[in-house]
Design a protein around this ligand. Sequence first.
Ligand code: ZN
Ligand code: ZN
Length: 657
Amino acid sequence: MRSSNLLILVAAVGSAVACDSCYGPSSEVVHERLVPRIQPESQDSTVNPKAPLEWGQLNFLHTTDTHGWLEGHLKEQNYGADWGDFVSFQRHMKQKAGNLAVDLLVVDTGDLHDGAGLSDAVLPNGVLSNPIFDEIDYDVLTIGNHELYVSEIAYEHFYNFSKVWGEKYVTSNVQILNPATGAFDYIGAKYRYFSTAHGLRIMTFGVLFDFTGNSNVSKVIKAADMVKQQWFLDAVNYDQPIDLFLLVGHNPVDRSDYANTLGLVHSTIRALRPDTPVQAFGGHSHIRDFKVYDDKSTALESGRYCETLGWLSISGIKSSSYTGLMQPRGVANPSRPATNTSTSGLVYSRRYLDWNRRTFEYHATNSQASTFDYHSGLRVSGDITDVRKKLNLTSLYGCAPATYCQACKPFGAEGNIFSLIPIALGATVINASRSDIARYIIVNSGSIRFDLVKGPFTYDDSFIVSPFNDAFQYIPNVPYEMAHKVLAGLNGAVLPDKRGEGLVYGSMPQVKDSCVDPTISLITGTGSELKTRGIHRRQTVASTPGYVTTDDFGTDGDDTPHTKIPSYTQPNYIQGNASFPADGSNPDVVDVVFFDYFASVVVNVLNGFGGAYSMADVAYYVDKSYTAQNYLPDYAKLEWQANVPNCPVGEGVGYDE
Ligand SMILES: [Zn+2]
Ligand SMILES: [Zn+2]
């Protein structure tokens, strides 16, 4: 079915885009394109990147914290590409690197699930999404903390994922209990020493931050201990030449971040090897960031949730075995030393690419969409569609009439999700036998993991927006005088939330004609990559809402310039209520309902107001199978039935509509 549909699309587009347009004269104006999309629900960006990438001697594409978002962001134009598009993109880029006679490495720094239905609607999480993830030709990968919370998932990575990747999966400080031997084994390789296609000799370490929330089958060796281990010292002082140290870490690159340990590893290497470049890639804090460690060392972090693809290029690496070019011709080259006083000869560029087809086509094919897709990419896109269907992820609860964001609006404002949640809680969390008793229903804002975006609200969104399995407990008949102060008391209390990971904010087509797959001729045949036809003038909007990044190189890192989406601080706890007296008077007693997750904190807060409660007073308010994941779908079924099933989709978070 799918393939015949594709053929029809191909035929239609093929006749509209004649083959010679691949090489034809540049158009001065880019018209808004109506393009077919890979995932049927997705949209494409309307804005081109600002300029072609700078290609150096050694280049990197970096993904991190993908958290199962391999379908892309179906309701957001900025991030509408899917994993199949990335498959095609990275293949183009590797070919391009070959044609330019330079090296390109593709790296990932972990956290593969907990974030979207594709990975999370199946147990153990990731068993259906990991094989899709595996379609990228990664050179180096490392493990995230989300691979270690649940033993079954940790073993999935030990038995399956690490076997797929072999020595490319580097977990220098993470071990797992091997049931076969009773000993702790490294989940992946301890380190990786390898040579690039053009002969650069690279020593790689993969360092998870000092994570302590793992299940008891795994062991995370603290970085401070790892850097003293003999194997590590031996690897730094390797008996073969090292042209560059590559650090990959699920680990914030900012040395002032409490979780950062890449800094310590860098310092240790630097003390032992004063002259060797160190290049780091990080993650976990879910931000775009770039840090300069010294004149021979920088570190890139590439966001989260398939919103960002990181790009880094370096020239000036001294190597007796390198056979490629230092400054590839016909393309822009990196030109910036890491520091103003650098004498190392190393120059860098970094860029944060928005995860959409338009961006990928622009950089891979000079926006010649007709030559972008590879069969392998289309196959992966098809696999994603199939898994989504198999898991019922497209099953529709209702049509969200607006976007409700976590932080882009002040607390209490329309369009803030914490204005919606209290209403949804009041309407859905009901114990039939106590439904006429006034109740407060309190949840932690950390239970909301992502914005609720205008458009279809599906089973998938129940994993994306509020995925946790916290059940609703309560203390009955709490005197109003005490009960009405609980929310404020909680917001002044210490949050037990260990899940907070870089809170806050944040769509694709295909075609194929007779210019098909290999775009080598585009590169070698036309001579100059700088001839980016058709970006001189645009008929599209000048700037759209999205990432605006400031890092150690300044403010020019975002590949597509955006207007900044504001970010407002939100309270830690929020509250809905129901069944209060219609006349506006205060009830004598109130049922205080809350997630089991912070029940003990509620007890403490009440006792701080003179109560004498204990956990013995706490019971389930509704069946414990009814969780944080259920109330929004129920609310959608109740209140969002207008425009079902033909639900209009918005442009994404930050777009006021
Ligand atoms: Zn993460
Ligand atoms: Zn993480």
